[in-house]
Design a protein around this ligand. Structure first.
Ligand SMILES: *Cc1c(COP(=O)(O)O)cnc(C)c1O
Length: 394
């Protein structure tokens, strides 16, 4: 790592002094695959889209995968599959990217913010159970940082209350829970192919499911709600279609899916590389007072989208803002994932959320920093981050 064919812009010219927290990896084969589509007759809704869907379904171990234009569109489409609408409550973790909750709002539903486990920052099944009301329809579990949630515990809650279980797996493609791959652990699982995510298509997303009816509904939803797509009408020799419910244009292009297919081939090696980097960080910070890594359960294969440390979990000696600034000063592109969603003004204004609702997530937010982790990082890059963290915390 990394192969010499890497054409990531920062590496082709003079090396950038800033090491980002995440970065895509594009090689010449990826570029050739996209160019090949550009020379073909189908730029969208064509054979590359279907092939990419089949490949992701295979990794997830599901009957179906539906490709869409982003991870956010995937979440909105999953809400449509479940017919989430006004009056419905959907439980989401407070510690996630805003899109998880925004998608519930797009569908007309009300996001209910649940607190997370203090050690893993994953959705706490007991908190979920305590928030169920007669209006609750679904739970969206987020595999934060790439670690799969405790799906057995979550499933016990959703089964007891007859709720749908959705996995926001945007961080976790390539991960597994008790030997079962992410993608087949919930009724619907969403993925994102944004450049910082496990694989990229520029922008893009996918929903995996075993449910035939959900699949049909989602294919219609991503294409304006039309009852028959272009290929179907051509096969039938007909111009007829019906809009049976309101849909959107959430289609993805064949250029993007050609890239996604190439990226998917490299996913297993990339996950292995991320896991190796995480082990190096774990070892390097084990003896560093005031810097604590998140806990990893022993029944998961972690996909390590993010490597998050909590600065000074006890004692108050190290201030997060100071550590963050010290790392940025040393050219380490640290970030913070995430500002708890229920603290954003939109949610305060619209849903009356606010500080105190999810104390574990709020306290974690004050302390967390995401360190660089991506497959093309060299061992020297990792050493550079380790040295910078020791210096910042020293
Ligand atoms: C990235 C991300 C999304 C949204 O994906 P986009 O492809 O950027 O729309 C949703 N949920 C989580 C947890 C994410 O990290």
């Amino acid at each position: 790592m990394p192969p010499p064919t890497c054409v990531t812009p920062e590496r082709t010219g003079s090396p950038s002094p800033v090491l980002p927290y995440a970065r895509q990896h594009i090689d010449e084969e990826d570029i050739a695959a996209v160019v090949e589509v550009l020379r073909s007759s189908r730029l969208t809704t064509g054979p590359r889209v279907e092939a990419f869907e089949r490949a992701v379904a295979e990794i997830a171990g599901t009957a179906h995968a539906v490709a869409v234009s982003s991870g956010t569109a995937a979440l909105h489409t999953a809400m449509a599959a479940l017919s989430i609408s006004e009056g419905d409550e959907v439980i989401v973790p407070a510690m996630t990217f805003a899109a998880t909750a925004n998608a519930v709002v797009y569908a007309g539903g009300t996001p209910i913010f649940a607190d997370v486990d203090a050690d893993t920052l994953l959705l706490d099944p007991e908190r979920v159970a305590s928030l169920v009301t007669p209006c609750t329809r679904a739970v969206i579990a987020v595999d934060y940082a790439g670690q799969p949630c405790d799906y057995d515990a979550l499933r016990a809650v959703t089964d007891r209350h007859d709720l749908a279980l959705v996995a926001d797996g945007c961080h976790a493609l390539g991960g597994a829970y008790q030997g079962r791959p992410v993608g087949g652990l919930a009724d619907l699982t969403t993925f994102s192919f944004h450049p910082v995510k496990p694989i990229t298509t520029g922008e893009g997303g996918m929903i995996t499911t075993d449910n035939d009816a959900f699949c049909r509904r989602m294919r219609q939803f991503r294409n304006h709600g039309m009852s028959a797509d272009h290929d179907q009408r051509r096969r039938d020799g007909s111009w007829i279609y019906e809009i049976t419910e309101l849909g959107y244009n959430y289609r993805i292009t064949d250029m993007q899916c050609a890239l996604g297919l190439r990226q998917l081939d490299k996913l297993p090696g990339w996950v292995t590389r991320r896991q190796a980097i995480a082990r190096q960080y774990d070892a390097a910070f084990a003896d560093l007072a005031g810097v604590e890594s998140l806990r990893v359960r022993d029944d998961v294969s972690h996909a390590w989208h993010l490597y998050v440390v909590r600065v000074d979990a006890d004692g108050g000696r190290l201030d997060r803002a100071t550590v963050f600034a010290a790392l940025r000063d040393q050219g380490i592109g640290v970030n913070v994932h995430y500002i708890p969603v229920h603290l954003h003004p939109f949610y305060l204004d619209r849903f009356g959320t606010g500080p105190g609702m999810c104390p574990v997530a709020e306290a974690a937010y004050e302390r967390i920093v995401s360190l660089p982790i991506f497959p093309a990082m060299t061992d020297d890059d990792v050493d550079r981050v380790v040295a910078a963290v020791w210096k910042a915390a020293g």
